[in-house]
Design a binder for this molecule. Structure first.
Ligand SMILES: [Zn+2]
Length: 97
């Protein structure tokens, strides 16, 4: 699965991806930030899970989106995590709430 179009709506805090099967999926910024799989967020997630707590991202305010090769994007959250890589594969299967 590959995107044919990506638009970020900062007002609605939604990242809209049009996939090459014509499916359009709206990803809430908060859900994307909460799904960050970088080492820092993974460590924090594991630490909180051990205490029985849910992971809460530091920020879900979009600052920038950068392409990562041809397989995904990096999303930089303002005053939050800057290391998350979101592959097309992981986004295509992400259940949006
Ligand atoms: Zn992260």
């Amino acid at each position: 699965m590959r995107p044919t179009n990506i638009t970020a709506n900062k007002t609605c805090a939604i990242l809209s991806i049009t996939w090459n099967d014509s499916r359009v999926v709206d990803y809430p910024f908060y859900q994307l930030a909460a799904a960050c799989r970088c080492a820092t967020c993974n460590d924090e997630r594991a630490r909180l899970a051990a205490e029985g707590k849910a992971f809460v991202p530091k920020s879900a305010v979009l600052e920038a989106i950068e392409p990562i090769g041809s397989y995904g994007i990096s999303i930089l959250w303002k005053d939050g995590c800057r290391y998350g890589i979101y592959t097309w594969d992981s986004l295509a299967v992400m259940e949006v709430k």
